[in-house]
Write a protein that binds this ligand. Sequence first.
Ligand code: AFP
Length: 334
Amino acid sequence: MAQYTTLKNFLASNNNRFLEQNNEDLQNVLNDLAEASISVSKDISRAGLIDGFLGAQGGQNVQGEDQQKLDVIADNAFIDVLEKGGAVCGVASEENENFVSFNNPKSQSGSYVVLFDPLDGSSNIDVNVSIGTIFSIYKRISPLNGPACIEDMLQKGTEQVAAGYTLYGSSTMFVYTSGQGVNGFTLEPSKEEFYLSHPDMKMPVKGRYYAMNEGNINECNPKIIDYIKYCQSRDNDYGSPYSGRYIGSLVADFHRNLIKGGIYIYPCTKNAPEGRLRLLYECNPLAFISEQAGGLSTTGTQRIMDIQPEKLHQRVAFFTGSKNMVEKAMGFLK
Ligand code: AFP
């Protein structure tokens, strides 16, 4: 492994053009998120062998979705590590109705808030399919040495100072941006370290993959039906149908498109008239990464990161992926 840089060294390095220099607090937050990801990755990989890890928790989250046991385990793992770290004054997550403001004095002097989906793709947990964690980091706007407030959480995506995800796939990867490009790190499980494996990631401007839950197709605006027909036709820019790929874990679908090129769409449907995916801890962080890698993220008509959030668990329509493909899809919605 000697030839590979660890995430810790990469974040601390003096010539790291991917993180604001001397920003030890932000380095610590990213290292803490990586540390919690390693613990969650271990839990996921042995989940079938441990009583109490697989299956439903027995409750629902604020979105009315069944909580899985690992959703709750992962949520606690991230909250614990961020509270202990001291650079974060509060967090919001998919699993909690309200944001959490950390009470201890060290945390209240912290400059950052973190919004996250602890385990994205819950329906895939019990069937051993890739799942992920998605996170978004902002500078607080509330005064230092006091509690975090709702305005800290409801900032536009353009205000993110860093964002990323961990993909628990055939390997575990940590991918982040702090506004100067995107870097990907692979977990070496025996060493419990992430190593830089995918430096300066760029999303191809076009690709051959489209991802949508096509079970919903007749629930969508007819213009979406036209776009999907275009993807399946010989009239597209490749002259042959794109391949459909839909994992049902946003992180995994996004990561495939980041590497291979492609588009992911989750439009408004009759059942989800505002969209299905959550702006603050699913769409904004992936939008930041996509743009940093040369891709695009929109609602179909508006840039995701320009949306002024109104509530914590706000949903939006989401079109993300290769620049040319997202632009083409937007053309259908005009
Ligand atoms: P969770 O974070 O609640 O697991 O939601 C997963 C998700 O938001 C996203 O990962 C998927 O792309 C999408 O839901 C799948 O939903 P459908 O079953 O509606 O396609």
